[in-house]
Design a protein around this ligand. Structure first.
Ligand SMILES: [Zn+2]
Length: 309
């Protein structure tokens, strides 16, 4: 090759490299500015958050892309009982209640308690059977016709209390198991019909007003006793008020789930259940779910929102 030819080849090679470099740089820039990473960075997310976001399920990712920067969303996504449909409510509630931790916000919103109790209550789904939810947001209609009510034997109850047959079978087993350990568990109250619940509630309301009545009794339709699946227990002498201090109360807390019953209004969960701590009030849900609820250590309201609804 002569000198000129060599020069030309070198020139072509240089031009070739320049073109390739320019194209690659262009592609890189194009990819950069059109990438998800770039979009998230533009919103304000940092490297670590972006990596997390890109690994999320599609609906969770989409929500982040369609909304303003809010790192709280990622905190909520990490919560065990996170429900996608509630994400906006979690964020709004957290905004107004900064001191409430993420788990509690999720629990509060899931059970509907981000609203005042009795706000927009709905008819409960009675098809859920022994897992039906009756609380301050879910009621039993006045025309609900309860089936399989049986009258409890005086060996198990103070006087002629009624309860659903299946719950009764397991209650008897439970009372017998307690008896084997020298303990006595008796039903104080079981089934109450809507009419009787109205009477109880309205008595309080007429005497001392709505606010007071709501603090001591459920509104008609909203009492779990109307399901025939709830039971208030005591010993022979404790009454309801003294039950918490008895060994029977401890035994029930530890063992009721083995017979399909759960403590329905636990201590410290008033803001979720809408009811003060009631050490005497047990609810029959069946063996399987009682076992799970006991293991998870959550209220029935939370359990229902996440696993049943
Ligand atoms: Zn009760």
């Amino acid at each position: 090759m002569n000198y000129d030819k060599k020069k030309r080849v070198v020139l072509y090679v240089i031009i070739g490299f320049a073109v390739i470099t320019a194209v690659l740089a262009g592609l890189y820039a194009y990819k950069m500015f059109n990438s998800n990473e770039y979009e998230l960075k533009k919103k304000g997310y940092n490297e670590k958050q972006i990596n997390t976001i890109l690994k999320l399920d599609q609906d969770k990712k989409t929500y982040i892309f369609n909304n303003e920067y809010n790192p709280d969303i990622l905190k909520f996504y990490n919560e065990k009982y996170f429900i996608m449909d509630n994400v906006k409510k979690y964020i709004n509630y957290k905004k107004d209640n900064k001191d409430t931790d993420y788990s509690d916000v999720v629990a509060i919103v899931n059970v509907g308690a981000d609203e005042k109790f009795y706000t927009n209550p709905v008819k409960t789904d009675i098809e859920k059977g022994k897992l039906m939810l009756v609380n301050k947001f879910n009621y039993l209609p006045t025309d609900y016709e309860i089936e399989d009510l049986v009258t409890m034997n005086l060996q198990f109850a103070f006087n002629d209390k009624q309860i659903k047959a299946e719950a009764y079978e397991y209650f008897k087993e439970m009372a017998r198991a307690a008896k084997d350990e020298g303990l006595t568990i008796l039903a104080n109250t079981a089934y109450r019909d809507n009419e009787y619940q109205s009477l109880l509630y309205n008595n309080q309301k007429n005497r001392r007003g709505t606010e007071y009545a709501d603090s001591v009794a459920a509104r008609p339709g909203h009492s779990e006793h109307e399901t025939g699946l709830a039971i208030d227990v005591s010993t022979m002498k404790s009454g309801l008020g003294g039950f918490a201090e008895t060994p029977e109360s401890t035994w029930m807390k530890d063992n009721a789930h083995r017979f399909g019953f759960i403590l329905r209004y636990p201590e410290g969960k008033e803001h979720l259940t809408g009811f003060n701590y009631e050490p005497w009030h047990y609810r029959y849900v069946g063996l399987e779910d009682a076992g799970k609820i006991n293991e998870l250590d959550i209220t029935f309201d939370e359990y229902y929102a996440f696993y049943i609804k």
